[in-house]
Design a binder for this molecule. Structure first.
Ligand code: 4AD
Ligand code: MG
Length: 483
Protein backbone atom coordinates (compact mmCIF):
# COMPACT_ATOMS: atom_id res chain seq x y z
CA UNK A 1 0.00 0.00 0.00
CA UNK A 2 2.62 2.52 1.06
CA UNK A 3 5.09 2.27 -1.75
CA UNK A 4 2.44 3.46 -4.15
CA UNK A 5 1.64 6.73 -2.48
CA UNK A 6 3.41 9.97 -3.18
CA UNK A 7 4.14 12.39 -0.37
CA UNK A 8 2.49 15.76 -0.64
CA UNK A 9 5.79 17.62 -0.53
CA UNK A 10 6.95 15.74 -3.63
CA UNK A 11 3.68 16.30 -5.46
CA UNK A 12 3.77 20.02 -4.81
CA UNK A 13 7.41 20.47 -5.72
CA UNK A 14 7.82 18.17 -8.71
CA UNK A 15 4.59 16.29 -9.38
CA UNK A 16 3.93 15.61 -13.07
CA UNK A 17 0.60 16.97 -14.23
CA UNK A 18 -1.96 14.55 -15.77
CA UNK A 19 -0.48 11.57 -13.92
CA UNK A 20 -2.48 9.15 -11.76
CA UNK A 21 -1.42 9.51 -8.11
CA UNK A 22 -2.22 8.10 -4.69
CA UNK A 23 -2.10 10.48 -1.72
CA UNK A 24 -2.72 9.79 1.93
CA UNK A 25 -3.06 12.17 4.82
CA UNK A 26 -5.32 13.86 7.33
CA UNK A 27 -8.09 16.29 6.49
CA UNK A 28 -7.38 19.84 7.60
CA UNK A 29 -10.59 21.32 6.17
CA UNK A 30 -13.39 20.33 3.82
CA UNK A 31 -15.20 23.16 2.03
CA UNK A 32 -18.41 23.18 0.02
CA UNK A 33 -18.56 19.37 -0.05
CA UNK A 34 -15.93 19.71 -2.75
CA UNK A 35 -12.47 20.88 -1.62
CA UNK A 36 -10.39 18.84 0.82
CA UNK A 37 -7.23 20.36 2.24
CA UNK A 38 -5.12 17.28 2.93
CA UNK A 39 -1.85 17.21 4.89
CA UNK A 40 0.59 14.36 5.50
CA UNK A 41 3.21 16.21 7.54
CA UNK A 42 5.83 16.18 4.79
CA UNK A 43 5.37 19.94 4.32
CA UNK A 44 3.44 22.78 5.90
CA UNK A 45 1.42 23.05 2.71
CA UNK A 46 -1.76 21.08 2.14
CA UNK A 47 -2.66 19.58 -1.17
CA UNK A 48 -6.10 20.44 -2.45
CA UNK A 49 -8.18 17.41 -3.37
CA UNK A 50 -11.17 18.18 -5.54
CA UNK A 51 -14.19 15.92 -5.21
CA UNK A 52 -16.16 16.12 -8.47
CA UNK A 53 -19.75 17.09 -7.61
CA UNK A 54 -22.11 14.11 -7.49
CA UNK A 55 -19.29 11.58 -7.80
CA UNK A 56 -19.32 10.45 -4.17
CA UNK A 57 -22.30 9.34 -2.14
CA UNK A 58 -23.68 11.44 0.74
CA UNK A 59 -22.72 8.98 3.47
CA UNK A 60 -19.07 9.06 2.48
CA UNK A 61 -19.01 12.86 2.10
CA UNK A 62 -20.24 13.17 5.71
CA UNK A 63 -17.23 11.17 6.89
CA UNK A 64 -14.74 13.60 5.36
CA UNK A 65 -14.24 15.63 8.52
CA UNK A 66 -11.34 17.56 10.03
CA UNK A 67 -8.87 15.04 11.43
CA UNK A 68 -10.05 12.03 9.43
CA UNK A 69 -7.41 10.06 7.51
CA UNK A 70 -7.93 9.40 3.82
CA UNK A 71 -6.49 7.50 0.92
CA UNK A 72 -7.16 9.14 -2.41
CA UNK A 73 -6.63 7.96 -5.94
CA UNK A 74 -6.87 10.58 -8.59
CA UNK A 75 -5.18 12.63 -11.23
CA UNK A 76 -2.73 15.44 -10.55
CA UNK A 77 -3.94 18.45 -12.52
CA UNK A 78 -2.99 22.10 -12.83
CA UNK A 79 -5.03 24.11 -10.34
CA UNK A 80 -7.33 26.90 -11.33
CA UNK A 81 -7.72 28.04 -7.73
CA UNK A 82 -5.56 30.51 -5.87
CA UNK A 83 -2.70 29.40 -3.61
CA UNK A 84 -1.60 26.20 -5.31
CA UNK A 85 -0.19 25.23 -8.68
CA UNK A 86 -1.49 21.66 -8.70
CA UNK A 87 -4.37 19.75 -7.13
CA UNK A 88 -5.68 16.20 -7.14
CA UNK A 89 -8.89 15.43 -8.98
CA UNK A 90 -10.22 12.51 -6.96
CA UNK A 91 -11.76 9.44 -8.50
CA UNK A 92 -11.58 7.20 -5.44
CA UNK A 93 -11.80 8.27 -1.80
CA UNK A 94 -11.23 5.78 0.97
CA UNK A 95 -11.67 6.69 4.65
CA UNK A 96 -8.81 5.08 6.58
CA UNK A 97 -9.89 6.44 9.94
CA UNK A 98 -12.91 8.51 10.94
CA UNK A 99 -12.66 11.56 13.18
CA UNK A 100 -15.78 12.64 15.01
CA UNK A 101 -16.09 16.31 14.17
CA UNK A 102 -17.91 17.02 17.44
CA UNK A 103 -15.17 15.49 19.54
CA UNK A 104 -11.95 16.25 17.63
CA UNK A 105 -10.22 18.92 19.75
CA UNK A 106 -8.36 20.53 16.84
CA UNK A 107 -10.95 22.61 15.10
CA UNK A 108 -9.97 24.45 11.91
CA UNK A 109 -9.41 27.76 13.72
CA UNK A 110 -6.64 29.49 15.65
CA UNK A 111 -5.95 27.83 19.00
CA UNK A 112 -3.74 29.32 21.71
CA UNK A 113 -0.32 27.75 22.30
CA UNK A 114 -1.38 27.11 25.91
CA UNK A 115 -4.38 25.08 24.79
CA UNK A 116 -2.27 23.17 22.27
CA UNK A 117 0.19 22.31 25.03
CA UNK A 118 -2.64 20.50 26.80
CA UNK A 119 -3.27 18.43 23.68
CA UNK A 120 0.39 17.97 22.78
CA UNK A 121 -0.44 14.51 21.43
CA UNK A 122 -2.39 16.18 18.59
CA UNK A 123 -0.56 19.47 18.13
CA UNK A 124 1.88 18.00 15.58
CA UNK A 125 -1.07 18.24 13.20
CA UNK A 126 -1.14 22.04 13.29
CA UNK A 127 0.73 24.30 10.90
CA UNK A 128 2.83 25.85 13.64
CA UNK A 129 3.92 22.65 15.36
CA UNK A 130 4.41 20.89 12.05
CA UNK A 131 6.86 23.66 11.17
CA UNK A 132 8.58 23.65 14.59
CA UNK A 133 9.21 19.91 14.63
CA UNK A 134 10.33 19.67 11.02
CA UNK A 135 12.85 22.40 11.83
CA UNK A 136 13.88 20.59 15.01
CA UNK A 137 14.56 17.51 12.91
CA UNK A 138 16.56 19.51 10.36
CA UNK A 139 18.66 21.06 13.13
CA UNK A 140 19.41 17.66 14.65
CA UNK A 141 20.59 16.46 11.27
CA UNK A 142 22.70 19.60 10.82
CA UNK A 143 24.39 18.94 14.19
CA UNK A 144 25.68 15.59 12.99
CA UNK A 145 26.59 17.00 9.60
CA UNK A 146 28.66 19.80 11.14
CA UNK A 147 30.74 17.52 13.36
CA UNK A 148 31.01 14.67 10.90
CA UNK A 149 32.42 17.03 8.27
CA UNK A 150 35.06 18.10 10.78
CA UNK A 151 36.12 14.59 11.82
CA UNK A 152 34.59 14.60 15.32
CA UNK A 153 33.66 11.21 16.79
CA UNK A 154 30.07 10.93 18.04
CA UNK A 155 30.44 9.51 21.56
CA UNK A 156 27.47 8.09 23.46
CA UNK A 157 28.02 9.08 27.06
CA UNK A 158 25.98 7.36 29.79
CA UNK A 159 22.53 8.48 30.89
CA UNK A 160 22.91 6.94 34.35
CA UNK A 161 25.93 8.19 36.26
CA UNK A 162 27.36 8.22 39.74
CA UNK A 163 28.97 11.66 39.37
CA UNK A 164 27.61 15.17 39.36
CA UNK A 165 29.33 16.75 36.35
CA UNK A 166 28.28 20.31 37.04
CA UNK A 167 28.67 20.05 40.80
CA UNK A 168 25.33 21.78 41.09
CA UNK A 169 23.60 18.88 42.83
CA UNK A 170 20.29 19.23 40.99
CA UNK A 171 19.89 15.62 40.01
CA UNK A 172 17.20 12.98 39.63
CA UNK A 173 18.01 9.89 41.63
CA UNK A 174 17.96 6.47 39.96
CA UNK A 175 17.20 3.63 42.35
CA UNK A 176 15.41 0.30 42.63
CA UNK A 177 15.24 0.46 46.43
CA UNK A 178 11.72 0.43 47.90
CA UNK A 179 10.14 3.80 48.66
CA UNK A 180 7.96 2.56 51.49
CA UNK A 181 10.52 3.02 54.24
CA UNK A 182 11.85 -0.54 54.08
CA UNK A 183 15.07 0.35 52.21
CA UNK A 184 18.22 -1.02 53.88
CA UNK A 185 19.90 1.44 56.26
CA UNK A 186 23.39 2.16 57.52
CA UNK A 187 24.07 2.30 61.23
CA UNK A 188 23.58 6.08 61.24
CA UNK A 189 20.09 5.69 59.72
CA UNK A 190 21.00 6.85 56.22
CA UNK A 191 20.00 4.68 53.24
CA UNK A 192 22.54 2.00 52.38
CA UNK A 193 23.10 2.40 48.66
CA UNK A 194 25.53 -0.52 48.62
CA UNK A 195 22.34 -2.58 48.51
CA UNK A 196 20.98 -0.60 45.54
CA UNK A 197 21.01 -1.84 41.93
CA UNK A 198 24.44 -0.41 41.07
CA UNK A 199 25.87 -0.83 44.55
CA UNK A 200 26.15 2.92 44.92
CA UNK A 201 24.07 6.07 44.71
CA UNK A 202 23.24 6.95 41.08
CA UNK A 203 21.39 9.63 39.10
CA UNK A 204 20.39 10.75 35.65
CA UNK A 205 23.20 12.69 33.99
CA UNK A 206 23.23 16.50 33.97
CA UNK A 207 25.94 16.58 31.30
CA UNK A 208 28.08 14.17 29.31
CA UNK A 209 31.11 16.42 29.52
CA UNK A 210 33.31 14.52 31.96
CA UNK A 211 32.99 11.30 29.96
CA UNK A 212 33.37 13.40 26.80
CA UNK A 213 36.74 14.62 28.06
CA UNK A 214 37.89 11.01 28.37
CA UNK A 215 37.01 10.49 24.70
CA UNK A 216 38.76 13.66 23.58
CA UNK A 217 41.96 12.41 25.23
CA UNK A 218 42.03 9.62 22.64
CA UNK A 219 40.12 10.77 19.55
CA UNK A 220 41.21 14.43 19.80
CA UNK A 221 37.70 15.61 18.98
CA UNK A 222 34.38 14.15 20.06
CA UNK A 223 30.82 15.33 20.51
CA UNK A 224 27.83 14.08 22.40
CA UNK A 225 24.19 14.72 21.54
CA UNK A 226 21.75 13.29 24.01
CA UNK A 227 19.19 13.91 26.72
CA UNK A 228 20.27 15.49 30.00
CA UNK A 229 18.27 15.95 33.17
CA UNK A 230 18.14 18.69 35.75
CA UNK A 231 15.90 18.72 38.79
CA UNK A 232 16.03 22.51 39.08
CA UNK A 233 12.74 23.92 40.21
CA UNK A 234 12.74 26.65 37.53
CA UNK A 235 9.40 27.37 36.00
CA UNK A 236 10.58 29.61 33.17
CA UNK A 237 10.22 29.76 29.40
CA UNK A 238 13.88 28.62 29.11
CA UNK A 239 14.13 25.61 31.43
CA UNK A 240 13.20 21.98 31.05
CA UNK A 241 13.83 19.11 33.46
CA UNK A 242 14.69 16.92 30.45
CA UNK A 243 16.49 18.63 27.60
CA UNK A 244 18.88 17.68 24.81
CA UNK A 245 22.41 18.96 24.80
CA UNK A 246 25.24 18.87 22.28
CA UNK A 247 28.68 18.81 23.87
CA UNK A 248 31.82 18.87 21.73
CA UNK A 249 35.16 18.38 23.46
CA UNK A 250 38.46 19.16 21.74
CA UNK A 251 42.03 18.28 22.67
CA UNK A 252 44.79 20.76 21.74
CA UNK A 253 42.29 23.58 21.93
CA UNK A 254 42.08 26.79 23.96
CA UNK A 255 39.31 29.24 24.83
CA UNK A 256 39.68 31.18 21.60
CA UNK A 257 39.46 28.03 19.43
CA UNK A 258 36.46 26.99 21.48
CA UNK A 259 34.65 30.26 20.81
CA UNK A 260 35.44 30.08 17.13
CA UNK A 261 33.99 26.60 16.89
CA UNK A 262 30.89 27.50 18.88
CA UNK A 263 30.19 30.54 16.73
CA UNK A 264 30.70 28.55 13.51
CA UNK A 265 28.44 25.81 14.87
CA UNK A 266 25.56 28.13 15.76
CA UNK A 267 25.85 29.77 12.35
CA UNK A 268 25.93 26.41 10.58
CA UNK A 269 22.68 25.40 12.26
CA UNK A 270 20.98 28.66 11.32
CA UNK A 271 22.25 28.47 7.75
CA UNK A 272 21.07 24.89 7.39
CA UNK A 273 17.57 25.73 8.57
CA UNK A 274 17.39 28.74 6.26
CA UNK A 275 18.44 26.65 3.32
CA UNK A 276 16.31 23.59 3.97
CA UNK A 277 13.28 24.86 5.88
CA UNK A 278 12.44 28.08 4.04
CA UNK A 279 8.68 27.31 3.87
CA UNK A 280 8.38 26.47 7.53
CA UNK A 281 10.44 29.52 8.52
CA UNK A 282 8.23 31.74 6.36
CA UNK A 283 5.16 30.42 8.16
CA UNK A 284 6.74 30.98 11.59
CA UNK A 285 7.90 34.44 10.52
CA UNK A 286 4.30 35.41 9.79
CA UNK A 287 3.07 33.80 12.99
CA UNK A 288 5.63 35.73 15.04
CA UNK A 289 4.85 39.02 13.30
CA UNK A 290 1.18 38.58 14.26
CA UNK A 291 2.09 37.74 17.84
CA UNK A 292 4.34 40.82 18.02
CA UNK A 293 1.48 43.06 16.87
CA UNK A 294 -0.39 42.17 20.05
CA UNK A 295 2.44 43.59 22.18
CA UNK A 296 2.95 47.22 23.19
CA UNK A 297 5.28 49.06 20.81
CA UNK A 298 8.33 49.22 23.13
CA UNK A 299 8.26 45.46 23.79
CA UNK A 300 8.23 44.47 20.14
CA UNK A 301 11.29 42.91 18.55
CA UNK A 302 13.00 45.10 16.02
CA UNK A 303 13.49 42.37 13.44
CA UNK A 304 11.30 39.70 11.95
CA UNK A 305 12.35 36.07 12.39
CA UNK A 306 14.07 35.47 9.07
CA UNK A 307 15.61 38.93 9.12
CA UNK A 308 17.05 38.18 12.58
CA UNK A 309 18.49 34.83 11.48
CA UNK A 310 20.10 36.41 8.45
CA UNK A 311 21.54 39.17 10.61
CA UNK A 312 23.08 36.68 13.03
CA UNK A 313 24.52 34.71 10.13
CA UNK A 314 26.10 37.78 8.54
CA UNK A 315 27.64 39.38 11.63
CA UNK A 316 30.41 38.43 14.03
CA UNK A 317 29.35 37.74 17.59
CA UNK A 318 30.55 40.37 20.05
CA UNK A 319 33.24 39.09 22.42
CA UNK A 320 33.72 40.69 25.83
CA UNK A 321 35.10 39.66 29.20
CA UNK A 322 32.88 39.32 32.24
CA UNK A 323 34.69 42.33 33.74
CA UNK A 324 33.82 44.43 30.67
CA UNK A 325 30.22 43.22 30.89
CA UNK A 326 29.94 44.36 34.52
CA UNK A 327 31.41 47.75 33.58
CA UNK A 328 28.93 48.18 30.72
CA UNK A 329 26.08 47.35 33.07
CA UNK A 330 27.34 49.78 35.72
CA UNK A 331 27.53 52.55 33.10
CA UNK A 332 24.12 51.76 31.62
CA UNK A 333 21.10 54.08 31.82
CA UNK A 334 19.12 51.05 33.06
CA UNK A 335 21.45 50.73 36.07
CA UNK A 336 21.49 54.46 36.76
CA UNK A 337 17.69 54.57 36.66
CA UNK A 338 17.61 51.55 39.03
CA UNK A 339 15.78 49.46 36.43
CA UNK A 340 17.60 46.22 37.37
CA UNK A 341 15.97 44.11 40.03
CA UNK A 342 19.22 42.34 40.96
CA UNK A 343 22.42 44.04 42.10
CA UNK A 344 25.32 44.63 39.73
CA UNK A 345 28.85 44.20 41.10
CA UNK A 346 31.96 42.27 40.14
CA UNK A 347 31.44 38.71 41.37
CA UNK A 348 27.69 38.37 40.79
CA UNK A 349 26.25 35.70 38.57
CA UNK A 350 24.74 37.56 35.60
CA UNK A 351 20.96 37.48 35.89
CA UNK A 352 18.68 37.10 32.92
CA UNK A 353 17.85 40.85 33.00
CA UNK A 354 21.58 41.67 32.76
CA UNK A 355 22.15 39.26 29.89
CA UNK A 356 19.16 40.64 28.03
CA UNK A 357 20.36 44.20 28.49
CA UNK A 358 23.79 43.36 27.04
CA UNK A 359 22.42 41.44 24.08
CA UNK A 360 19.18 43.19 23.22
CA UNK A 361 19.82 46.79 24.25
CA UNK A 362 23.57 47.36 24.20
CA UNK A 363 25.09 45.21 21.44
CA UNK A 364 21.92 44.12 19.64
CA UNK A 365 23.52 40.84 18.57
CA UNK A 366 24.82 37.61 20.10
CA UNK A 367 27.51 38.22 22.71
CA UNK A 368 30.19 35.86 24.00
CA UNK A 369 31.08 36.67 27.60
CA UNK A 370 34.41 35.22 28.78
CA UNK A 371 36.59 34.92 31.89
CA UNK A 372 33.98 34.72 34.63
CA UNK A 373 34.86 34.80 38.34
CA UNK A 374 36.14 31.39 39.40
CA UNK A 375 33.73 31.29 42.37
CA UNK A 376 30.57 31.19 40.25
CA UNK A 377 31.71 28.61 37.69
CA UNK A 378 32.27 24.84 37.72
CA UNK A 379 35.35 23.16 39.21
CA UNK A 380 36.75 21.89 35.89
CA UNK A 381 37.28 25.31 34.29
CA UNK A 382 40.85 26.45 33.77
CA UNK A 383 42.14 29.12 36.18
CA UNK A 384 43.33 32.21 34.33
CA UNK A 385 46.97 33.09 34.94
CA UNK A 386 48.05 36.38 36.53
CA UNK A 387 44.79 37.35 38.24
CA UNK A 388 44.61 40.00 40.96
CA UNK A 389 44.11 38.28 44.36
CA UNK A 390 40.40 38.10 45.12
CA UNK A 391 39.58 38.57 41.45
CA UNK A 392 40.43 35.10 40.16
CA UNK A 393 38.77 34.23 36.89
CA UNK A 394 38.45 31.09 34.77
CA UNK A 395 38.61 30.51 31.01
CA UNK A 396 34.84 30.22 30.67
CA UNK A 397 32.66 31.42 27.84
CA UNK A 398 28.88 31.77 27.55
CA UNK A 399 27.11 32.71 24.34
CA UNK A 400 24.09 34.92 24.96
CA UNK A 401 21.48 35.16 22.21
CA UNK A 402 18.78 37.82 21.69
CA UNK A 403 15.45 36.75 23.18
CA UNK A 404 16.96 33.59 24.69
CA UNK A 405 19.85 34.50 26.98
CA UNK A 406 22.44 31.77 27.53
CA UNK A 407 22.41 29.36 24.63
CA UNK A 408 25.95 27.97 24.97
CA UNK A 409 28.07 27.41 28.08
CA UNK A 410 31.65 26.23 27.81
CA UNK A 411 35.26 26.60 28.87
CA UNK A 412 38.85 25.62 28.50
CA UNK A 413 39.40 22.83 31.03
CA UNK A 414 41.91 22.76 33.87
CA UNK A 415 44.53 20.37 32.51
CA UNK A 416 47.03 20.81 35.39
CA UNK A 417 46.55 18.01 37.94
CA UNK A 418 47.48 19.94 41.11
CA UNK A 419 45.32 22.92 40.21
CA UNK A 420 42.38 20.68 39.41
CA UNK A 421 42.71 18.73 42.65
CA UNK A 422 42.84 21.98 44.59
CA UNK A 423 39.68 23.21 42.87
CA UNK A 424 37.89 19.94 43.60
CA UNK A 425 38.78 20.20 47.26
CA UNK A 426 37.52 23.78 47.32
CA UNK A 427 34.19 22.61 45.85
CA UNK A 428 33.96 19.61 48.20
CA UNK A 429 34.14 17.10 45.36
CA UNK A 430 35.44 13.68 46.46
CA UNK A 431 38.79 13.35 44.65
CA UNK A 432 38.94 9.59 45.35
CA UNK A 433 35.70 8.81 43.50
CA UNK A 434 36.77 10.92 40.53
CA UNK A 435 40.08 9.17 40.09
CA UNK A 436 39.06 8.00 36.60
CA UNK A 437 38.58 11.65 35.56
CA UNK A 438 41.89 12.73 37.04
CA UNK A 439 43.69 9.96 35.12
CA UNK A 440 43.34 12.10 31.99
CA UNK A 441 45.52 14.67 33.76
CA UNK A 442 47.94 12.03 35.03
CA UNK A 443 48.60 10.32 31.71
CA UNK A 444 49.29 12.59 28.78
CA UNK A 445 47.27 15.64 29.75
CA UNK A 446 46.78 18.31 27.08
CA UNK A 447 45.12 21.71 26.90
CA UNK A 448 41.53 21.06 25.91
CA UNK A 449 38.19 22.80 25.76
CA UNK A 450 34.53 22.26 24.98
CA UNK A 451 31.05 23.59 25.34
CA UNK A 452 27.40 22.63 25.66
CA UNK A 453 24.66 23.93 23.40
CA UNK A 454 21.12 23.62 24.75
CA UNK A 455 19.32 22.10 21.77
CA UNK A 456 15.84 23.35 22.70
CA UNK A 457 17.12 26.89 23.23
CA UNK A 458 18.65 26.71 19.77
CA UNK A 459 15.34 25.46 18.32
CA UNK A 460 13.61 28.34 20.11
CA UNK A 461 16.01 30.80 18.58
CA UNK A 462 15.53 29.48 15.06
CA UNK A 463 11.74 29.10 15.26
CA UNK A 464 11.04 32.23 17.30
CA UNK A 465 8.90 30.24 19.76
CA UNK A 466 8.72 32.08 23.07
CA UNK A 467 8.26 29.07 25.34
CA UNK A 468 10.66 26.13 25.50
CA UNK A 469 7.69 23.80 26.13
CA UNK A 470 6.69 24.40 22.51
CA UNK A 471 9.91 23.17 20.88
CA UNK A 472 10.19 19.71 22.49
CA UNK A 473 7.50 17.14 21.65
CA UNK A 474 6.56 16.37 25.26
CA UNK A 475 7.94 18.78 27.83
CA UNK A 476 9.00 17.70 31.31
CA UNK A 477 8.82 20.57 33.78
CA UNK A 478 8.14 20.83 37.52
CA UNK A 479 4.76 19.21 38.34
CA UNK A 480 4.23 18.22 34.72
CA UNK A 481 4.97 14.88 33.07
CA UNK A 482 2.03 14.28 30.72
CA UNK A 483 2.07 11.94 27.73
O1 4AD B 1 25.92 25.89 31.01
P1 4AD B 1 25.63 24.45 31.22
O2 4AD B 1 25.13 24.03 32.55
O3 4AD B 1 26.98 23.71 30.85
C1 4AD B 1 27.26 22.38 30.96
O4 4AD B 1 26.47 21.52 31.25
C2 4AD B 1 28.66 22.05 30.53
N1 4AD B 1 28.98 20.69 31.03
C3 4AD B 1 28.76 22.13 29.04
C4 4AD B 1 30.13 21.83 28.51
O5 4AD B 1 31.03 22.63 28.67
N2 4AD B 1 30.32 20.66 27.91
O6 4AD B 1 24.59 23.95 30.11
C5 4AD B 1 24.87 24.10 28.74
C6 4AD B 1 23.67 24.64 28.01
C7 4AD B 1 23.21 26.01 28.48
O7 4AD B 1 23.97 27.03 27.90
C8 4AD B 1 21.77 26.02 28.03
O8 4AD B 1 21.69 26.35 26.65
C9 4AD B 1 21.36 24.57 28.19
O9 4AD B 1 22.54 23.81 28.22
N3 4AD B 1 20.60 24.35 29.43
C10 4AD B 1 19.27 24.11 29.48
N4 4AD B 1 18.34 24.04 28.51
C11 4AD B 1 17.07 23.78 28.88
N5 4AD B 1 16.69 23.57 30.15
C12 4AD B 1 17.58 23.62 31.17
N6 4AD B 1 17.20 23.39 32.42
C13 4AD B 1 18.95 23.90 30.84
N7 4AD B 1 20.08 24.03 31.57
C14 4AD B 1 21.07 24.29 30.69
MG1 MG C 1 25.78 27.66 32.00
Amino acid sequence: MFNKRTKIKALLSHGVVDQEVVVMGWVRTFRNNQFIALNDGSTSQNIQVVVPLGSVDEALLKRITTGASLRIEGKLVASLGKGQSVEVLANLIEILGDSDAEKFPLQPKKHSLEFLREIAHLRFRTQTFGAVFRIRHALAFAVHQFFNERGFVYLHTPIITASDAEGAGEMFRVTTLPMDGSAPRNEDGSIDYKEDFFGKSTNLTVSGQLEGELGAMAFSEIYTFGPTFRAENSNTTRHLAEFWMIEPEMAFCDLEDNMNLAEAFVKHLIGYAMEHCADDLAWLDTRLAEEEKQKPQQERQEMGLVEKLKFVLDNDFERITYTDAINILLQSPAYKKKKFQYEVAWGIDLQSEHERYLVEKHFKKPVIVTNYPAKIKAFYMRMDDGCEPGKETVAAMDILAPGIGEIVGGSQREERLERLEARMEEFGIPVEEMSWYLDTRRFGTVPHAGFGLGFERMVQFVTGMGNIRDVIPFARTPKNCEF
